[in-house]
Design a protein around this ligand. Structure first.
Ligand code: IVH
Length: 779
């Protein structure tokens, strides 16, 4: 066994190396999981041998116990601010002043991005991180050492050699944009506090009194200079100093460059400005610093800013404007997102007229109202968003906003799942906003399996008006397809040469029409899955089909009845119910059936349903507050039917044995007309199901019942006999020759006359793969 001390040293070295490669060199050498594993090992080792723990161990980054306030730190060398330039002229002035004073032309500058975070100073003694402070007023700041230890990009000790005995490194702690977005997404999901921008994120995180909270914030760090240096020396230019800092283990922006003269600066500004949106972090400008330290000393300072450096600012990413309306937008998958329509305003060089409000929770939190003055933020390629409301400027009479009840596009109900921030339109099949996605899903291989209907055709068919809904697939003609293709090619400028020369290919269209036609014959589970009901995946579709057996039964069931299917809980049941409650969706189902879609495997509901088709179970499934199983049984015994229960005066609930609390809750619930009618509808549905459910389970019908199958050619995965047995087990009759009565021919390698005969008679032919897929699905 290795000596624990040796192992701990080795682990620390590996972890430090990995961290340096990740944060400084941007060349990770081990996966995150491996890093975590090594860190855990070190942590366990230090726990078992406390004498091995060191203050600069990577295990110390998890955050210590909270403190009640931050101590004050006086900066040995003040932390200065920078003068600003907003125009080219101001940059020229800046350079001219330096050239005049130093009497040297064409000077070299270090040009760097101006990171939008929080300035800090890090103190290293004998190579160890001992103290970190915020800038504060420049003369003194707050001691945030414990928090800074949790920032993984800040080295806890210096690498390499030659560092001064005391070294203060200055730089910016920031929150990378992606981390900021992710953080906010989580906060929105869980109702936490949303950060207005990455800078507030960084500042807020560093001011946490509990370092364990800071440790959870995704902060990063860039070094851009030094403060006090004692017991050693640094290079005599700024750029060489940055290079040295990088070697000692500090992340330095790879965008820092040495450039010459005014033109060099302006070119740099243009180049970084052009990349601004693509950078991983927010910047509010660039910083120019005279590169030569001796020149810097000669230039000196005015008040609290150096004369040798200046910040050249970009247009602001935040602006204020007023909200003219709040509308909702329905996304491809039905998500309903509120959007603020704004008085047009320039933000970071782009005119912004809309900003996302994310969801109703976010609106409620910000309390955005029509007429409000708000701060809009546009950073990177992120959609502009409202980050704040200026309450002092709210006009009198502005009313809180409420999510509308109906989809503005299709009129279906807008619903929200319990505990979810997101709202959605329940017109899955009928909402034009969801059309393309609905068609794509409907036609996909595991749904209706319309072979050859790719995304480009779906786009073109919907954009050019051939498909209003999935049902329109079944009225497409060959002419429609050819015309669509011609128009789409014309629109996209992709008309093939052969077409220009007068030849029009039609085979693809014939194939597609045939594929659509083939898809008409389907199974209930495929059909249910194809509808694209939220939360109804293949396995739920399969279970619904197995339990209820018939689309005509399913399509009129009220939602509580779906809870009889194992694994279907309230959320899924409600989602199916919402879908079926929308007249638009029902109409599309009608159209599909009218246009020849046939479900080949309808059967009576399973006998297993019998158990639980009673009023008591229904009352439980309805999730009425305070009505538990016991109370539901009492009500079932006393009233027998849903109708009797609805007709009963409330005092009879108490006579039935309910405590007054439950009786009141039930009475209140029943006062809502929708609830009472749902109860009655469900009661009726139970009656109808009971009539349809067989006394005992019918002999399970095989998927190939009544079908005659012929096997021909050789199969590679099994013998023909084996295949025959498997098909018979699924209800097929296996025959030796092909005739008009043959339902299906399975053709292996080198199939001969039987295959030819099948093709001649138009009998369906499967290849081996299709057979295997089928067997796999039904085994
Ligand atoms: S140098 C003496 N370089 O800008 C020069 N500052 O307005 C001191 N900042 O408080 C600052 N990126 O928070 C410098 N590359 C950079 C910077 C930078 C961001 C911030 C820093 C400072 C503020 C000055």
């Amino acid at each position: 066994m290795t000596n624990p001390a040796t192992r701990a040293t080795k682990l620390r070295q590996q972890l430090d190396d990995a961290s340096y490669r990740y944060h400084v060199l941007d060349e990770p050498n081990i996966p995150d999981a491996e890093y975590d594993r090594l860190l855990r090992e070190l942590d366990e080792l230090e726990a078992a041998h406390p004498e091995l723990a060191t203050p600069d161990s990577p295990t110390q980054r998890v955050g210590n116990a909270p403190s009640s306030k931050f101590a004050e730190v006086r900066h040995a060398i003040p932390m200065l601010s920078l003068g600003n330039a907003f125009s080219e002229a101001e940059v020229r002035d800046f350079v001219r002043r330096i050239e005049e004073k130093l009497k040297r032309p064409v000077l070299e500058f270090s040009a760097e991005p101006k990171l939008d975070g929080l300035a800090i100073s890090l103190r290293y003694e004998k190579g160890r991180f001992v103290q970190g402070a915020t800038r504060g007023d420049g003369a003194s700041g707050e001691d945030v050492t414990a928090n800074l230890r949790t920032v993984k990009a800040i080295p806890l000790h210096l690498r390499g050699k030659g560092w001064p005995a005391i070294l203060e490194v200055r730089g910016e702690v920031y929150m990378p944009r992606a981390a900021f977005e992710k953080y906010n997404e989580q906060a929105r999901l869980h109702g936490g506090k949303v950060l207005a921008n990455p800078r507030n994120g960084a500042a807020g995180s560093l001011r946490q009194l509990d370092p364990r909270l800071t440790a959870q914030r995704p902060l990063a760090f860039f070094a851009y200079g030094v403060g006090l240096v004692e017991g050693g020396a640094l290079p005599d230019t700024h750029s060489a100093t940055l290079k040295q800092l990088r070697e000692w283990g500090f992340p330095v922006s790879s965008e820092s460059k040495v450039v010459e003269g005014v033109q060099g600066l302006l070119d740099y500004y243009g180049r970084i400005g052009g990349k601004r949106d693509a950078l991983a972090f927010d910047i509010d400008g660039v910083v120019y610093k005279l590169d030569d330290n001796a020149g810097q000393r000669e230039m000196g300072f005015v008040s609290r800013a150096p004369r040798w450096a200046i910040a050249h600012k970009f247009p602001a990413q935040e602006q204020s404007t007023t909200v003219e309306a709040i509308e909702i937008q329905i996304g491809r998958t039905g998500a309903a997102t509120p959007v603020a329509r704004l008085k047009p305003v320039q933000v970071a060089g782009v005119v912004v007229t809309n900003a996302t409000l994310h969801n109703a929770d976010q609106i409620a939190r910000l309390d955005v109202r029509v007429g409000d003055t708000v701060i809009v933020r546009r950073a990177g390629d992120v959609i502009p968003e409202v980050v704040n409301v200026m309450l002092e400027q709210r006009p009198k009479g502005a009313k809180p906003w409420k999510m509308p009840a109906a989809c503005p596009i299709c009129g279906s109900e807008i619903v929200r799942e319990e505990g979810e921030a997101a709202w959605r339109c329940s017109g899955e099949l009928s909402c034009p906003a969801q059309r393309k996605e609905a068609i794509r899903h409907f036609a996909s291989r595991r749904a209706m399996d319309v072979d050859g209907l790719g995304d480009r055709f779906i786009e073109a068919l919907s954009d050019l008006g051939y498909l209003q809904s999935v049902a329109d697939l079944y009225k497409l003609t060959l002419e429609d397809l050819l015309e669509m293709k011609r128009r789409a090619d014309e629109r996209d400028g992709t008309t093939p040469e052969t077409v220009k020369a007068g030849k029009v290919a039609t085979k693809w269209a014939e194939n597609l029409i045939e594929a659509v036609d083939r898809s008409r014959n389907t199974t209930l589970e495929r059909f249910l899955f194809a509808l694209g009901i939220q939360h109804v995946g293949e396995s739920t579709a399969k279970a619904l089909a197995a339990w209820f057996g018939d689309l005509q039964v399913i399509r009129h069931l009220p939602w509580p009845l779906f809870k009889h299917v194992p694994d279907v809980g309230g959320e899924v049941a409600r989602s199916i119910g919402h879908f079926l409650d929308q007249p638009g969706n029902q109409q599309v189902i009608d159209e599909l059936l009218a246009r020849g879609v046939k479900i080949s495997d309808a059967h009576p509901p399973t006998a297993k349903l019998r158990e639980g088709l009673d009023v008591a179970t229904l009352l439980v499934d309805l999730e009425i507050p305070k009505v538990t199983r016991v109370r539901a049984e009492q009500l079932g015994n006393a009233f027998g039917t849903a109708q009797a229960l609805v007709d009963a005066p409330a005092h009879q609930f108490v006579s039935a044995g309910l405590p007054s609390e439950s009786a009141n809750a039930l009475a209140t619930w029943l006062e809502v007309p929708d609830n009472a009618s749902l109860l009655l509808r469900s009661g009726d549905a139970i009656g109808q199901l009971l009539a349809a459910v067989p006394e005992t389970e019918a002999i399970v019908a095989g998927p190939l019942d009544g079908k005659t199958v012929v096997l021909t050619g050789s199969l590679s995965s099994m013998s023909r006999d084996e295949a025959g047995e498997k098909l018979e087990a699924l209800g097929a009759k296996v025959a030796g020759s092909v005739s008009k009565k043959t339902s299906l021919v399975v053709a292996g390698e080198a199939a001969g006359s039987k295959l030819a005969k099948a093709e001649e008679l138009g009998v369906e032919v499967w290849d081996e793969q299709r057979l295997l897929d089928f067997l796999a699905k039904h085994s």
